[in-house]
Design a protein around this ligand. Sequence first.
Ligand code: GLU
Length: 446
Amino acid sequence: MNVSKVMADLERKHPGEEEYLQAVREVLESIEEVYNQHPEFEKAKIVERMVEPDRVITFRVTWVDDSGEIQTNIGYRVQFNSAIGPYKGGIRFHNAVNQSMLKFLGFEQTFKNALTTLPMGGAKGGSDFNPKGKSNAEIMRFCQAFMLELWQNIGPDTDVPAGDVGVGGREIGYMYGMYKKLAREYNTGVLTGKGMTWGGSLIRPEATGFGALYFTEHMLQKAGKDIKGKTIAISGFGNVAWGAATKATELGAKVIAISGPDGVIYNPEGMTQEKLDYMLELRASNRDIVAPFAEEFEDATFIAGKKAWSIKCDIALPCAFQNELNEADAKELLANGTWCVAEVSNMGCTPEAIAAFQEAGILFAPGKAVNAGGVATSGLEMTQNAQHLSWSAEEVDQKLHYIMSQIHEACVRFGEQADGAINYVKGANIAGFMKVAQAMLEQGAI
Ligand code: GLU
């Protein structure tokens, strides 16, 4: 394979799909060497097939807002790859959602899901619907209108959506209710991230953040470091940031920053249970601002217009959105002495930021490994649904912990360099790729 040639072809076919092209380039650059040692992959045109989604479903979503006005959004489901199992991946509601974003996320999801050790293919969906400022009734009507179009394309053994940015337990509830009504199917396994009384799994709401901290702990351990007493800056204040802040605090680290589109909260005393609970209230308010945190807790300060990366910290955890940490941010972190960055958001760092971290020789791990605990626990939710039973929180947490340790081990196995340092980007990409490629090879030219 020649990465430049594959990329030139893709750029010609999909002009302007920046995030998608960025995600593909990152994977291809890190697998190139291994790929070229496998002529059977080249012969089966694995890469050429793997970079294109199996299908992209696009639909119009029309709904009526509280003032009686008709609104129209675009809905998507990108079913990317089913080589190792039914399609699986979240749904994102955000005004910036477009086909390129969901293709990048579906592509990433394919490798992430392969890393979880569970049999799940990759998918992603969503809409350019902006939940900011919407009432509960508007959210419900939108979710119902979205499912009215999507339901025929999903199913417990076909495609299992879940939450993502802008889609949490409430939205999953509204979508699941509508799915049942339309499909006359009462199989709980069609969506994950459900409520606890109707097929949800304990620990699923916490899983992405908890898993990220389990992974970070393993990474630190491997480098001979301890998380206790370390300062952590987190971007975002949604479900993922909340889970990460909760587990980091439990492990004895100090979460000194959380942030929103409006600025950063400097929280030098760290988190308390009250503060963690308040993060959930902030997210549920649909206002997309973090400033009220400083009005609620007087030891915290709000700094308008600044990112979490302006706060001096040991460990940085991007938990918000793709490309939220750029080269300038990376330089600021490095100048302030940050020595570990674990991406919890999908593709949270730009390629230039990753290069800066790698050049400085600090610990860096990519989202598809660090945040895989969310979808892994979705996989565990599917298993419980298929068995018609529910496991205890301890059992789910233990399995999540084990899966994260397996993912870390896979990264080490495929990412260990001659000098003993671990290239986690390479490790995660090669481990995920090898599994999907092998499955595609054995299933023939389809
Ligand atoms: N949206 C999450 C992710 O990026 C979770 C997906 C899922 O649970 O299916 O992995």
